[in-house]
Design a binder for this molecule. Structure first.
Ligand code: Z5A
Length: 216
């Protein structure tokens, strides 16, 4: 039986990676096979493009060129990782997917028609069964990322983390608009509580929308 495809979206520091780890544990306890992946990246070819994009080396291409690179990475990720895992029956948990291109590159000025074309080319119609949008005010998300980067093991800010607070807030508004336009696919979860509270809200959503009652 085909697995289910769940994507996580939201601004920086929303808690996507944290919650993907927690959902993975719950699903595995419920006896399901789980594949965790991320964008940009998630397949050998796409990881090469990730490095180019997040280092800022592709910034000079402009938002449209960057959008094409995100799409190229996504096409490889879908073909090499996501579809094979779903066909093998795994539940795929993906940190960011096509909604991120709509929001980040859309906010940067790429028009709707181009975004539609790129999405179709990259995904060949593969839509998530469920998208969890973890919503936090940009200020909170950025503070979390900042706290993480003060840690000596933390990474330097990437190409998109250094944008202004106003840009981060516009992205948040665009994510919420997307959720309004596709309420059957996108569930908004308040990400301002502690990780345990957010985890419980996500589990409730997954159970209710994808029919896992009785597990976990
Ligand atoms: N991008 C794009 O422009 N177009 C596209 O099509 C795609 C992506 C696919 C990928 O960066 C960048 O690419 C991204 C968008 C752009 N922009 N940036 N930056 P990434 O993969 O390196 O990073 P990210 O996706 O933004 O994730 P993140 O910043 O690592 O955040 P997160 O995964 O949502 O959060 P986290 O790592 O789970 O948590 C962050 C910290 O907060 C950490 O120290 C946690 O311990 C802490 N945390 C987590 N949850 C909580 C709660 N509930 N309370 C308190 N503290 C918490």
């Amino acid at each position: 039986m085909r697995g289910r495809f769940i994507t996580f979206e939201g601004g920086e520091g929303a808690g996507k990676s944290t919650q993907i780890r927690r959902l993975r544990e719950r699903l595995e306890k419920a006896g399901l096979a789980v594949t965790v992946t991320r964008e940009p990246g998630g397949s050998p070819g796409a990881e090469v493009i990730r490095e180019v994009l997040l280092s800022g080396k592709a910034k000079s291409l402009g938002p449209r060129g960057e959008a094409m690179l995100f799409a190229a990475a996504r096409a490889d990720h879908v073909d090499a990782t996501i579809r094979p895992a779903l066909e093998a029956g795994a539940w795929v948990l993906c940190d960011r997917y096509a909604d991120s291109t709509r929001v980040y590159q859309g906010e940067a000025g790429v028009d709707r028609q181009m975004l539609d074309l790129l999405e179709l080319a990259a995904t060949a119609g593969l839509k998530p069964d469920l998208t969890i949008l973890i919503d936090v005010p940009a200020e909170i998300g950025l503070k979390r990322v900042e706290a993480r980067s003060y840690n000596p093991a933390g990474a330097a800010p990437d190409r998109f983390e250094t944008d202004t607070l106003a840009v981060h807030e516009r992205r948040r508004a665009l994510f919420l608009e997307l959720a309004d336009s596709e309420p059957d696919r996108i569930a908004v979860v308040d990400g301002t509580g502690d990780a345990v509270t957010v985890e419980a809200a996500i589990w409730q959503t997954v159970e209710a929308r994808l029919g896992l009652a009785g597990h976990g």
